[in-house]
Design a protein around this ligand. Structure first.
Ligand SMILES: NC(=O)c1ccc[n+]([C@@H]2O[C@H](COP(=O)([O-])OP(=O)(O)OC[C@H]3O[C@@H](n4cnc5c(N)ncnc54)[C@H](OP(=O)(O)O)[C@@H]3O)[C@@H](O)[C@H]2O)c1
Length: 337
């Protein structure tokens, strides 16, 4: 075979490989490190069995699904949120769908904004199970309102719940993990903690704050290699997040529903478990175009701000006219709707 032919063959292989990677990226529903781990990494079924896992925000959405999938892996669960009846419902679902026994699941009501109760809640978990292997900071609320029309109380509530509440509970659990020299803190952040969007300014701020806090904390705890962190950044996922979003006033319910396509909760949670099993430190779980937006935001911030401002113009207009803010992006909806 001549050298020229060999070079052509090599170039063709490189082209095919690049095309395969491009197709992979276009079909991706998470960052490439996470997808690589899913493809060839450690499975949750091998790594996350027989653990004591404390999940906040377990009464609906991502937290509920996480409780369900964790229950199938065995171990013990602590389910926390404010609505006890909903937590009991989730507990029943877990017991029906797994081999866990009544004693393996503790329903522990908890208001993340009531930081004075967090120490006692932590003691209650330790008393019941003797250890906490994994804390999943998942509870939180979003926002649908414009800055100019939103009371300061709403911004305070978002910071108190999403940021201070999470920091407070983490600080209560950490001394126990430091003492054992092991443990894992999983924090459900959001793509809004990387890239900001209109109508969610206070929510984005609280999630950006979480990002800063946990990245700094990871460095501070380097001397405890057995304590690991996993910061999860989901894009739009099916849940009650929009229904429960805060609005211009603390007591005003949100009537403005987004109806764009969202990732199934079960897929998001499966990817979260893979991230936890593989000790991934930061994962992005989203389909395009939100995933592509996150990459652009990282590498081309000025362009991204320019583009986002233009995309958000119609969204804000619709919101002001009491329409689905995502109407202009109908073309992004997929067959899976
Ligand atoms: N779904 C998405 O598109 C998406 C995208 C990115 C990030 N996230 C993040 O995912 C996490 C879970 O949200 P979700 O989508 O599953 O929404 P969800 O269905 O509304 O669940 C939110 C959970 O947080 C709990 N919660 C709210 N206020 C609380 C408080 N003061 N104290 C304790 N718990 C409280 C709720 O329970 P109670 O009302 O019973 O207290 C509920 O269990 C949030 O941190 C959210 O920011 C969601």
């Amino acid at each position: 075979m001549s050298w020229e032919l060999l070079l052509w063959l090599l170039a063709l292989c490189a082209l095919i490989l690049s095309l395969v990677q491009l197709v992979r990226f276009l079909r991706a529903d998470a960052d490439l490190t996470l997808l690589w781990a899913e493809w060839q990494g450690r499975r949750p079924e091998w790594e996350l069995t027989d653990m004591v896992v404390w999940v906040t925000g377990a009464s609906s959405g991502i937290g509920e699904e996480l409780a369900l999938q964790l229950s199938k892996l065995g171990g013990s669960l602590v389910l926390s949120a404010r609505r006890v009846q909903e937590l009991e419902r989730v507990k029943r679902r877990c017991l029906e769908n797994s081999n866990l026994k009544e004693k393996d699941i503790l329903v522990l009501p908890l208001d993340l904004t009531d930081t004075s109760s967090h120490e006692a809640a932590t003691k209650a978990v330790l008393q019941e199970f003797g250890k906490i292997d994994i804390l999943v900071n998942n509870g939180g609320r979003s926002q649908r309102s414009l800055v100019l029309e939103t009371n300061l109380d709403v911004f305070k509530e978002l910071i108190n719940l999403n940021y201070i509440g999470t920091v407070s509970l983490t600080k209560c659990v950490l001394p126990h993990m430091v003492e054992r020299k092991q443990g894992k803190i999983v924090t459900v952040n959001s793509i809004s903690g990387i890239a900001s969007v209109a109508l969610s300014s206070g929510y984005c701020a609280s999630k950006h704050a979480l990002r800063g806090f946990f990245n700094a904390l990871q460095s501070e705890l380097m001397k405890y290699p057995g304590i690991t962190f996993c910061n999860v950044y989901p894009g739009p996922v099916q849940s009650d997040i929009v229904k429960n979003a805060l609005t211009e006033e603390l007591t005003k319910p949100n009537k403005c529903m987004d109806q764009s396509y969202k990732m199934p909760t079960s897929r998001c949670v499966r990817l979260m478990l893979i991230s936890m099993a593989n000790d991934l430190k930061e994962v992005w779980i989203s389909e395009h175009p939100v995933l592509l937006g996150a990459y652009l935001w990282q590498y081309m911030p000025t362009w991204s701000l320019w583009l986002t401002s233009r995309l958000m113009k119609k969204r804000i207009e619709n919101f002001e006219n009491n329409l689905d803010p995502d109407l202009p992006y109908k073309f992004l909806r997929t067959k899976k709707d």
